[in-house]
Design a protein around this ligand. Structure first.
Ligand SMILES: Nc1ncnc2c1ncn2[C@@H]1O[C@H](COP(=O)(O)OP(=O)(O)O)[C@@H](O)[C@H]1O
Ligand SMILES: Cc1ncsc1CCOP(=O)(O)O
Ligand SMILES: [Mg+2]
Length: 268
């Protein structure tokens, strides 16, 4: 029988803050500032480093890596592969965000090469997970055009192929290790009205899975934390501008006990 239990989320936040992991990010130009601020507000230590000459050396120092193909070019794509190889050699986790992978052949080819380096966690919206698994979805550039539920089989397939965890974000996030599927029903629609909040989420997932925390429950805790902060921020904002500020404040202020109480994680 499938195991439908899950850990409380709060202790994962406490452990992450106690470690304050250095998270190395090769992310897009749109997301860099937001992602760094989100990681600092959460209690981790971000670094954005992408030169081919130094990524491998830097990744070997980091507790976790995120790779995001949002504004790739061929040189960055090489750097991404080098960094992923280095973090794997160091025995530490990495997270892939296949931004807009269904849109172009170049993105598809780069993501196929990155998949061979077995990301510990893949996080994307439904259209991206469908396209990455070979389902042909195109999405709307960086935004999804498909419901989360439509990407569940694709997510399972990718998890089995990579041996990692796949998170499909959206109104209700779904996370699978290829066998079990869990839902995280935290979040607020205003999160889709601010750019790069999906990208910044990858950094939070990386910080939570660092230090050998098990990838499935740590990813669930990261998603619940992020969504609960979004819910809190929405209560203090009148629109996307104020929401961005309130969201950073909510990430910073949330305690582990508050997270355990707010998390809406369940077996799917
Ligand atoms: N309609 C929604 N209601 C509540 N939360 C949402 C909604 N859409 C997305 N989210 C949340 O926003 C965050 C970013 O997810 P998403 O928008 O799917 O990523 P991306 O920006 O990469 O497309 C996640 O925490 C997700 O749970
Ligand atoms: C708008 C845009 N264009 C290329 S990357 C990017 C950011 C996408 O961020 P997110 O997927 O988190 O909304
Ligand atoms: Mg995205």
């Amino acid at each position: 029988m499938e195991d439908t239990r899950h850990d409380p989320a709060g202790p994962y936040l406490a452990q992450m803050r106690a470690q304050a992991p250095l998270v190395h990010n090769i992310t897009n130009f749109v997301a860099m500032n937001t992602m760094a601020n989100v990681l600092l507000a959460a209690g981790a230590s971000p670094a954005m480093v992408h030169a081919r000459e130094e990524v491998a050396e830097f990744a070997a120092l980091a507790q976790a890596l995120t790779v995001n193909v949002g504004t790739i070019d061929p040189i960055w794509a090489e750097a991404m592969e080098q960094a992923a190889q280095a973090i794997r050699a160091a025995g530490r986790p990495w997270v892939l965000d296949p931004v807009g992978v269904g849109a172009t052949r170049f993105r598809r080819a780069v993501c196929d090469r990155l998949l061979r380096l077995r990301p510990d966690v893949i996080r994307g919206n439904a259209s991206e997970i469908l396209a990455l698994a070979g389902g042909g979805a195109t999405g709307r550039g960086a935004d999804s055009a498909d419901p989360v539920e439509a990407a569940l089989e694709a997510a399972r397939d990718l998890a089995r192929r990579t041996g990692g965890v796949v998170a499909v974000s959206g109104p209700v996030d779904h996370v699978t290790d290829g066998t079990q599927v869990f839902r995280v029903a935290n979040g607020h629609p205003l999160m889709t009205r601010v750019t790069a909040l999906g990208c910044a989420l990858n950094g939070v997932i990386a910080a939570f899975v660092a230090d050998d925390r098990p990838a499935l429950p740590a990813t669930l805790a990261a998603l619940a934390y992020y969504g609960a902060a979004g819910e809190h921020a929405a209560r203090h904002a009148s629109g996307p501008g104020g929401f961005q500020i309130a969201f950073l404040d909510a990430l910073h202020a949330m305690t582990p006990d508050q997270l355990s109480a707010a998390a809406r994680i369940s077996a799917a």
